[in-house]
Design a protein around this ligand. Structure first.
Ligand code: S3P
Length: 461
């Protein structure tokens, strides 16, 4: 794919359904009682992997474009698959479905593509084993076999890594465990104020009030699972320390779900339009869950002109539209160009495009505390550093991030490393560079956003 520089991005666009939310909607509908119609279901190859795995487990569904009708099998209605479940490139598919499979009466083997087969699965194996599951893996990697008919016990689990996939896996296994399982993403502090140690489940807690209670405390990792389990009728309790729990006797009841568009996909357009003076771009119906919008906050902090409007809540997720205007010269943050700490987990998927943004900022940008990027679809720290250097940028690499100085990018041959977010981030870099850029393996963008290049071409001026 060849990319030439453009002047601006103008127009109004709608993007495909959120990938994280689509995976969950399909899986939860599959183990619910009754039929769920999911609209604006993500067009990504990853979400198709989830549907294919569910079909192998005997879940009937019909798809017509972005509408998927899932005939729920109920919690105990899944069938033994005839062959290993192929999760393709999708970490969310394998890690979430593992939680469901740990509670089944049959054995299941999970496989994936080359990239997924390199990624760590021990993070889900450990809590599932603590719950009594029996799992064989290839030294903590795929292929992995989850043995059925193991009685699961409830646990109180504190995650060593801030991962929504691990949190979701444990909460899904919890639906099959004896008693109430809780999961926490924060290492408990030792202050006397910490409510961690005397965790009690409030009586008659309802999910809406739980979400409202934690408005001031945004969880480290995306909370789509907690919200959506509530939507499907599960009593999800969140205590003052952010510890989330569900009970093993919960059932899910089918309920139609409308998926918002993917804010992580929107991020590529937000950065491209911000960096190109004369841009005026509106992106409609974007998911604005506070655990996902840190990217908007950071872009604004560094001088991007982004306005949110028309906000509402649809199927338990906040949505709204975004308007972004281009700037002549982006100042960045003259005080500190550092992005670090708790916010990192909330924008983990947007870091490659933030790196490209950093090259256009007077202040540059430094990202730290992001070592998790090393175990994504590619080693995203290495992929970003290598490709930015090819484009002539000033970059310093750290184990947990990078420091990028303001740079005039030059067109170059870019290696996508078969990583969708690297391909799309560097397509944006190509738009603001001087000369032509070629992205090798650009078709991998389809893993999250098959329409990316077409949508981009439609707004380039
Ligand atoms: C996801 C969680 C994140 C994210 C991934 C999707 C999810 O991964 O990077 O793209 O849908 O739960 P981790 O939970 O491993 O941080």
């Amino acid at each position: 794919m060849k990319i030439s520089p453009v002047k601006s991005l103008n127009g109004t666009i709608s993007l495909p359904g959120d990938k994280s939310i689509s995976h969950r909607a399909a899986m939860f509908a599959a183990i619910a009682d009754g039929t769920t119609t999911i609209t604006n279901f993500g067009s990504s190859a990853d979400c198709a992997s989830t549907l294919a795995c569910l079909a192998q487990l005997g879940v009937r569904s019909e798809r017509d474009g972005a509408t998927v009708i899932v005939h729920g099998a109920g919690k105990y209605g899944l069938k033994k698959p005839e062959s290993p479940l192929d999760c393709g490139n999708s970490g969310t598919t394998v890690r979430l479905i593992s939680g469901i499979l740990a509670g089944q009466k049959f054995d299941t083997t999970l496989v994936g593509d080359e990239s997924l087969s390199r990624r760590p699965m021990k993070r889900v194996v450990t809590p599932l084993e603590l719950m009594g599951a029996e799992i064989e893996s290839n030294d903590g990697k795929l292929p992995m076999t989850i043995r059925g008919s193991r009685a699961l016990n409830s646990i109180d689990y504190t995650m060593p890594v801030a991962s929504a996939q691990v949190k979701s896996c444990v909460l899904l296994a919890a639906l099959y465990a004896d008693g109430r399982t809780s999961v926490s993403e924060r290492v408990p502090d030792s202050s006397p104020d910490s409510k961690f140690h005397d965790f009690t489940i409030p009586k008659n807690a309802d999910f809406k009030s739980q979400v409202a209670n934690r408005k001031s405390k945004i969880p480290l990792t995306r909370d789509h699972t907690e919200r959506m389990l509530g939507w499907f009728g599960v009593n999800v309790v969140i205590d003052d320390s952010g510890r989330v729990s569900v009970s093993g006797d919960s059932r899910l009841t089918a309920r139609d779900f409308k998926v918002p568009s993917d804010v992580s996909s929107a991020a590529f357009f937000l950065v491209a339009a911000s960096c190109l003076p004369g841009s005026d771009l509106t992106i409609e119906n974007v998911g604005l869950n506070p655990t996902r919008t840190a990217v908007i906050d950071v872009l604004r902090r560094f001088g991007a002109k982004i306005e949110r409007f028309g906000e509402s809540e649809v199927s338990c997720e906040p949505v709204g539209s975004l308007r972004v205007l281009g700037s002549d010269a982006l100042p960045g943050d003259p005080g500190s160009n550092l992005v670090d700490g708790d916010i990192i987990a909330n924008l983990i998927d947007e870091i490659p495009i933030l790196a490209v943004f950093g090259t256009q900022l007077k202040s540059g940008i430094e990202i730290r505390g992001a070592a998790e990027l090393r175990v994504k679809e590619s080693d995203r720290i290495a992929s970003v550093v290598e490709n930015l250097r090819r484009m002539g940028a000033a970059v310093e690499e750290f184990e947990d991030g990078f420091r990028i100085g303001r740079s005039d990018l030059k067109g170059a041959v870019i290696d996508s490393f078969d990583d969708h977010r690297i391909a799309m981030a560097f397509a944006v870099a190509g738009l603001v560079a001087e000369g032509e850029t070629e992205i090798l393996g650009a078709e991998c963008a389809g893993v999250s956003f098959p329409e990316f290049f077409e949508t981009l071409a439609g707004v380039c001026r």
